[in-house]
Structure formats: structure tokens, C-alpha cells
Write a protein that binds this ligand. Sequence first.
Ligand SMILES: O=CC(=O)O
Length: 362
Amino acid sequence: MSSGSIASLSSSSRTRLTSIASHLSDSRPKVVICRNLGPAMPLLTERKDINIVLWPEDRGCERAWLLENIKGATGVLVLLPDRVNEELVDAAGPNLRVVSTMSVGYEHIDLPLMAKRKIRVGYTPDVLTEAVADVSVMLALMAGRNDRSFNIVKNGEASWSPFMFCGPQLSATNTSPSRTIGFLGFGRIAQATLARLVPFGITHCIYTGSPNSRPDTARDAALQAKYNLKALERVDVDRLAQESDVLFVLTPGGKETYHLVDATFLRKMKPMSVLVNTARGSVVDSDALATALREKWIWGAGLDVVEGEPMITSDHPLVKEPQCVMVPHIGSATFQTRLDMATRAIDNLIGGVFGGEMPSEL
Ligand SMILES: O=CC(=O)O
């Protein structure tokens, strides 16, 4: 095409053509980054050996943009909303060697497909364990009060009476013995949450493990001794529902755990119990939870995640429940943790692109 005919094109077509031309002439591996990673970006932009294509806006990456720009890429760095499936992998073509997600969860990635196509997958475990455990405890404490009490001062409507906004107590005292803490899923974040609860006088803990995992009696004995627990027991889902005073949902999302906490489960819980979800919205049936709160099957809920997030509107059944505390998926939202996650995701990406070591490979 002559320069005259290029000049006659619209400016968006010119930009696109220029970008296509520069990619064609660039022999460096192309990497697509689905979100600006802020202070971690120099780890990418200061490298001379990669050709970076970055989603230019500060909002979730549009699918159409991703499908167009992933063509010929060697690596892609994604976030939870970016589905990595056959459509994406086909759009990328045969060069794709690595998918790196800036998350510990990976249910948005079709792992069997990745294995079939020999595409390596990186994720970010460990670095967010402590931050998410912090928020798990925060939500357990908040859900034991009343969501309305958290805004009333700023709304200029504060009032007080002896039993107003009261709820069940987390700490053990002389008059209130240890409550039983339950974990649906007993991985790194659950264990870090348990560690934080020991100073609250918690001595009884039950949990369910993944059906495919074997009981780890040596680990449990070590934890029981370390935290001076009277009980630490792996139980079935029914017992977990029936016996937990505070139940933490800390299991991965995906088909196997979809709506594990449903109406049947919630019906079995104690009326003064509290449910905390800092894992995945899909594990808890939102409608059933709203009914459980409304009909007082359980006392309260603290949610960092909810089905359908982030598009939760003010008419959502859980938003309307005064015993439901909701925060917008901020479990890992500390500067340090998010920087560590972004750094790990970049290191995984670069390792995979150049066929080297990936610090956290699935
Ligand atoms: O939810 C957060 C994550 O998976 O990192």
C-alpha cells in the first residue's frame, strides 16, 4: 500500500496497520498483558528481549481485543476474568508456550486443554496467603456484629442501646467457651487463618479436605501440638455444617465445589453460626444464603467474594441482608501482596516464554 493510500485511511485504521506492521517486523517473542500491572510494569518494559502488547485501559480486558491481539503470542498474562479456553488458545496459534495468571485461583483456565497443547501455566500461590487470612478473620469479626452498624456513624445516625447490634462472640472467655472453627478446605490460607484465631482462645477446629486427598495425620498432630488445640479433626461435610460456629469457605472454585454450600448445607448449620467466604463466590449458592440469613438459619455472613462479582447491584438479595457483610474481593489487596503477585506472575511468564524455570508452575 502506498503512503498516499495509507494517509487516506482513518486514524484508527492507520494505528492498527502501523501496529500490525511493527509486530510483523519484530522477531522478539510477543507477550500479551491483560492489565496494566502498575509498579511491577518496569519488570516487563525494561526488558529488551520481548515484544509487549498491553491492554491499554484501566478496566477488564475486552475479549475481542484479547482474541485479536493474542495472535502469534508466545505468552499471555491473564487475570481471573480472562477465560483461557479453546477459543483463546486457537486464536493465539501454535507459538503459545505459557499462560501466567496473576491469581492463586485457576478455574478460569482449562488445565486439561493446556496439558494437551503443552502450554505451561503459572499462578501465584503463597504470596497472598497472609493477606487473605487477615481478611478472613476481619470478616468473621464483622459478621458477628451487624452490617448496619458499620455505616451508621458516617451517616450521622449513630445510636446506642445495651443489646443493639449484638452478635455471637469470636473470642473465648470464662463465660463463653471456645467456639468450633470449621474450614471448608484446609490449605495454606485456612491454616494461616487458624494460626490467627489461636490467640482468640480457639481450641476446637474441624475441616473437610478435598475428596481426592488423603488425611494428613502427621500434619494434623503437629498443628494440634503447635496451637495447643483440644481438637483438630477432618470431618465430612455434614458434620462440618452441623458443628461449626464459624465456618470459613476456603476451597478452590470450579465444577467440583460449585454450590457446595447450598440450602441443604445451610439448613444444617447452627442458628448462631457465621459463614465467611474468602475463596470463590461459586462455592456458595447466593440465593440459598440470602434465605438462610432472612429466615435466621444462621446468624451472619462475611463475604469477600460472591457469585457474579463484580457486577453486584443494590437489589442483589445479599446486599439487602443486614446480617451480611460484603467487601469487593479485597482479600489480597495490600500494596505488598499485589506487588508480590504481579512480580510472581511476570517471573512465571518470562520463565515460560524462554523455556526456563517458572517459580510457581501448575
Ligand atoms: O482470588 C484471588 C486469587 O485467586 O488470587
